[in-house]
Design a protein around this ligand. Structure first.
Ligand code: G3I
Length: 404
């Protein structure tokens, strides 16, 4: 094994691949001096190790995003990463119904407003997330429905009010809304989950109605259906088939849906097909829809939830590979308009709290140092933005006559 690779593995295993080390990997030079010296090759501007992700992606009209939580805005070092690297922000929690209306009729827009203002200040856009989901609903709503206080029609009225209030408040300031989130079964065959809280209590019309109401409240916003395991994760592709069929139906019925969000929560222990992801994206696009990767992360087994050092060195290769392959599928599909990671640092990742023994899912480590996945994404974006660098000029022997 080559020494550079080995020293990278050691740095990665320590959870602290530094900028100089990764720049060395990119430039292929072996010394610290070479790593800091700007390479002279290639078209002007091809300095992959210096350019922020958003800057490279902007050259091809792609937006690079992250889920943002209040700590990302309030902590100076985190704020600097959020501001410099990403140009579309998704509130991790701050636009969910539970947060914006904790008591019926009592609204708290502080987190959502803060995020939208942070986006404006950084010339970034916002993915609104999410209007109609079975999770993170306010307790007052869950309790009232459980008590049988609302008819189906009254519940739909409440959702309409929620959508009008929230989408109306941010009208003109949201690029994409995740209107409906995670309605489909992880099963073969898949389909809309009949036990989904909204389907049980409001009926299947809730999905088309939510799209109609969101469109009414902000006709300019791009309206997305968002889900996981619909981009190459499921070997049978059953869930993607079901979402594709359902989106076809919505469009046939004239429902204002503009895009499909593939969340992209991957786990190195499971199979996953980048080719299938691309085919799935192309299939949604064939309907006339936009697509986006909306919540990318790649989890793996780690020593503990604090340090999040992978327990298997192969994960150090699988992790950047799966991120890069997701991005490459996006790069191959021009209608893929954004690539968003679900939080940029392992420090605030949802993974350790949800999957026992797993972590290392983000592109920055627990100390906010960029990992190899960051540099791999940066490198792919640089190539996409500028084309591969030209070869260095060499002496070419003139062959003028045959050798006799
Ligand atoms: O705000 C309370 C805090 O007051 C309390 O002390 C603390 C105690 O547990 O909980 C805090 O709420 C937590 C909230 O995140 C904010 O940190 C909830 O417990 C926790 O369940 C919630 O988790 C969120 C999760 O959705 C809920 O399902 C994650 O942050 C959020 O990243 C995650 O995001 C989802 C997407 O919206 C949809 N796709 C999957 C993705 C990952 O689960």
């Amino acid at each position: 094994m080559d020494m550079r690779r080995r020293s990278f593995l050691a740095a990665g295993a320590a959870g602290a691949a530094g900028a100089a080390g990764a720049a060395t990997l990119l430039s292929g030079a072996g010394t610290a001096e070479a790593a800091t010296k700007a390479p002279s090759r290639g078209p002007a501007g091809f300095l992959a190790e210096d350019a922020p992700l958003r800057e490279l992606a902007a050259k091809i009209g792609l937006r690079i995003g992250s889920a943002i939580i209040p700590q990302d805005i309030d902590t100076p070092t985190w704020n600097a990463i959020a501001a410099s690297q990403f140009d579309v922000y998704t509130p991790g929690n701050e636009m969910k119904w539970q947060v914006v209306e904790p008591e019926q009729g009592v609204f708290d827009w502080s987190g959502a407003d803060n995020l939208v203002n942070f986006a404006d200040a950084n010339h970034a856009l916002v993915r609104g997330h999410t209007l109609c989901w079975h999770n993170q609903l306010p307790n007052w709503l869950l309790a009232a429905v459980a008590a049988g206080d609302y008819t189906q029609t009254q519940l739909l009225d409440l959702l309409q009010q929620h959508i009008f209030t929230e989408v109306g408040r941010f009208r003109g300031r949201i690029w994409q809304w995740d209107v409906c989130n995670e309605f489909f079964l992880d099963a073969n065959p898949s389909g809309i989950d009949p036990n989904n809280w909204w389907i049980v209590n409001a009926g299947p019309e809730v999905i088309p109605l939510a799209f109609r109401w969101a469109h009414e409240a902000d006709p300019q916003a791009l309206l997305f259906y968002n889900d996981y395991n619909i981009g190459g994760e499921d070997g049978t592709n059953a869930k993607s088939d079901a979402v594709y069929a359902y989106a076809t139906q919505l469009l046939d019925d004239g429902i204002p849906i503009n895009g499909i969000g593939n969340q992209g929560h991957l786990d190195t222990q499971y199979g996953w097909s980048p080719q299938l992801l691309r085919q799935d994206l192309e299939r949604y696009v064939s309907l006339g829809l936009k697509v986006a990767i909306t919540e990318a992360d790649v989890r793996t087994f780690v020593n503990n939830a604090t340090a999040q050092v992978p327990t298997d060195n192969l994960a150090l290769f699988a992790h950047p590979f799966e991120y890069t392959e997701m991005l490459k599928a996006v790069l191959a599909v021009p209608e893929a308009i954004s690539f968003t990671v679900w939080g940029f640092t392992d420090s605030d990742s949802w993974v350790p709290g949800t999957f026992a023994g797993e972590g290392y899912a983000a592109i920055y480590d627990v100390n906010q140092n960029p990992k190899q996945a960051y540099y791999s994404l940066q490198s792919e974006l640089a190539v996409a933005a500028h084309g591969a660098p030209h070869r260095v000029q060499t002496y070419t022997p003139p062959i003028t006559r045959p050798i006799s």
